[in-house]
Design a protein around this ligand. Structure first.
Ligand code: ADP
Length: 657
């Protein structure tokens, strides 16, 4: 038996935190490592000790063996858990950890190496009689041979980087004339992502399901399965929703799948936690796809349904213990489903997004488990995977777990950056998802139905909330500075107008305070009484004219207000009101409200303009702001040129007075 007292987690974000939670529960001590970009993250704050290991660039920090081993030495860590991604499937790293006299929490370097290349792994597994997708894994990589093999297998085929992972670099060819381009770009991407241009070819299955089996083995010859997970809901070949049990399996198929996975594990004398992945066609035939020799993002659903903490088992196995349970002790109870909350834009091909996290809040629902990677005040940076958190629900039935998770997402607030939150909630409610008719193509095929529907009422509610929130914020500033800003109070019973933009749409809100926290508000052509029922930023509760109380969350950032409603989050930009008469120095002059760059001048000296006509466009704080004419009139003089940098308060245009 080896001693483990202090575990260093060679990772970041939600998985580092998740591992350390178990480390702490086991009475052990945890060490986090962090790059310059991650100093301010929940994992670093949670750890008993944290060590800075280098700059943001992963190659210079999380991927640097010496930096990690040095951190372990410095802190007296006796074990290293690699999490997933980064160094988790690098056999040389596992070996280096062992050579340094530390415990590597994972399988043997030999098993990692054997499963590392898809080509070798498939050859090994095929010998054991596990079904493989018809394909070509042979050594000859010449274009002519690859093309001939593709045609022999029969189109469509999929080319995959042999050294690949994370869905990267896979190319589908449906017609013979696409083969050259697929091979060429596949090689190029394989080389750049994995430093190895080798491609394998597989028959491309239409609308397959992704199923995988969790394995757990000790170093005394016991290898168990912890049943399956279904991860068919994918975008860009990457999972976003994972569940167990799979609605696609009969008890017989489940048993055959789990036995096939055990056979794969035995082929490499597998120890510790690992996952065998399969794809399954519509007829229920499944084929081995790869083995991941590490913990996976979706391991939580297995934990919930089996009641087994996989990280705890990993640590026990790593210190040489025998598994304390047998196969028949592992049972599936209820249903668990997980979503990956990402900073990404579903409306724009799921491209990763970055930005500040102005608010991150999840509801305290029974059965909801959250593994956060960031918190309010943090930031999603371009350096790493943009996952914000995992949200998991365990319930008695599949229907219940999906409904609760969808509702949890409605009530979760992530403000400040673009996320897939609304998309995930719609996905969980899609009829095919609810009925369990899943496929890896579902998201791509159903994109129209999954896009965000227009919701004018919600947008108006958000605009009223943003307006009254700003009013309330100004008032509390007044209260804090007695006498200093009383001017505002003098105006409070006058009609005021707040103009917002949501995307390209204008939303204006006219309001007047009638009495304590009650306002007469006109929005979208209808006038009524609204009341601030509670305000404790960022919480904001508003009673609309029909007496309904809306529980919202509001944060502001410069000119932008972010409003969380349970029907989706709304971003509103204050329409910049360039001072006109307010500029005493130059009558009719338009000033820059903040430093920026003139990107477009729309008018010339002497030009007649109409009310609302665009005069010029200024780029400030990475946003474009259009200055419009508040009245019909004539441009007296344009004082700036396109491309010119301007300072705050600089006069840009003067109108005829
Ligand atoms: P990676 O190692 O990059 O994650 P996988 O081999 O695990 O790649 O495949 C990832 C996903 O790509 C699968 O879940 C499936 O959606 C799709 N895929 C892979 N192979 C095939 C295939 N032969 N036919 C259809 N889809 C496939």
């Amino acid at each position: 038996m080896k001693t483990i007292e202090r575990v260093l987690v060679a990772n970041r974000g939600e998985i580092a935190l998740r591992i350390m939670r178990t480390v702490r529960r086991m009475g052990l001590s945890s060490v986090a490592v962090f790059s310059d970009a991650d100093a301010n993250t929940p994992a670093v704050r949670f750890a008993d000790t944290a060590v800075r290991i280098g700059p943001a660039l992963a190659k210079a920090s999380y991927l640097r063996f010496e930096a990690i081993l040095e951190a372990a030495k410095k802190t007296g860590a006796d074990a290293i858990h690699p999490g997933f991604g980064f160094l988790s499937e690098n056999p040389d790293f596992a070996q280096a950890v062992i050579d340094a006299g530390l415990v590597f929490v994972g399988p043997t370097p030999k098993a990692i190496r054997a499963m590392g290349l898809k080509r070798e792994a498939k050859a090994l597994v095929g010998q054991r009689g596990v079904p493989l997708v018809p394909g070509f894994d042979g050594g000859d990589q010449s274009t002519a041979v690859l093309k001939a093999k593709a045609l022999e297998i029969g189109l469509p085929v999929i080319f995959k980087p042999s050294a690949g992972g994370g869905g990267k670099g896979m190319k589908i060819a449906r017609a013979p004339d696409e083969l050259d381009a697929c091979i060429e770009s596949g090689r190029r991407e394989a080389q750049s992502a994995f430093s190895d241009p080798t491609l394998i070819i597989e028959k491309y299955l239409e609308r397959p399901r992704h199923l995988e089996v969790q394995l757990l083995g000790d170093s005394h010859g016991t290898l168990l399965h912890l049943y399956e997970r279904e991860c068919s809901l994918q975008r860009r070949h990457q999972k976003v929703v994972e569940e167990t049990p799979s609605p696609a399996l009969t008890p017989e198929t489940r048993e055959r799948l789990c036995q096939a996975a055990l056979e794969v594990g035995r082929a490499v004398d597998y120890t510790n936690a690992g996952t065998v992945e399969f794809i399954m066609d519509a007829a229920g035939h499944f084929y081995f796809s790869e083995m991941n020799t590490r913990l996976q993002v979706e391991h939580r659903v297995t934990e919930q349904v089996t009641g087994i903490d996989l990280v705890e088992q990993q640590l026990r196995v790593a210190r040489g213990e025998k598994l304390a349970f047998t196969q028949k002790d592992v049972v599936q109870r209820g249903h668990a489903v997980q979503v990956r909350l990402y900073a990404e834009d579903p409306a724009n091909q799921f491209l990763p997004a970055i930005g500040p996290v102005l608010d991150f809040w999840t509801p305290g629902y029974g059965g909801l488990l959250v593994d956060p990677g960031i918190e309010t005040g943090g930031e999603v940076t371009p350096h790493y995977d943009p996952m914000i958190a995992k949200l998991v629900v365990h319930a008695d039935t599949r229907t219940q777990s999906f409904a609760t998770l969808a509702r949890s997402l409605d009530h979760t607030s992530v403000l400040g950056l673009t996320t897939n939150k609304g998309f995930l909630a719609r996905l969980l409610r899609h009829p095919n998802v609810v009925s369990g008719a899943l496929s890896t193509q579902l998201i791509a095929e159903e994109m129209n139905r999954l896009s965000e529907p227009a919701d004018v009422e919600r947008d108006r509610l958000a605009a009223v909330a943003a307006t009254l929130f700003a009013f309330e914020a100004r008032r509390s500033t007044d209260d804090l500075l007695p006498g200093a800003l009383t001017g505002f109070r003098n105006n409070r019973f006058r009609d005021q107008r707040h103009e917002w933009k949501r995307g390209d749409e204008d939303v204006s809100v006219d309001y007047r305070e009638l009495g304590d926290r009650v306002f007469q508000v006109t929005v979208g052509g209808s006038t009524g009484r609204w009341r601030i029922a509670a305000a404790c930023a960022p919480c904001f509760e508003l009673e609309s004219p029909d007496g309904v109380i809306h529980r919202l969350r509001v944060v502001t950032n410069g000119e932008t207000a972010h409003v969380h409603t349970e029907r989706g989050d709304v971003v509103l930009r204050e329409v910049p009101r360039f001072p006109v008469a307010a500029d005493a120095a130059v009558k009719g002059g338009f000033m820059a409200p903040m430093p920026g760059k003139v990107v477009k001048v729309n008018v010339k000296d002497g030009e007649t303009v109409r009310r609302g006509q665009a005069l010029l466009v200024l780029e400030a704080m990475k946003m474009e702001q259009t200055t419009t004419s508040p009245t019909d009139g004539v441009v007296k003089q344009v004082l700036v040129r396109e491309g010119e940098q301007v300072t705050a308060g600089q006069v840009l245009i003067v109108m005829e007075a």
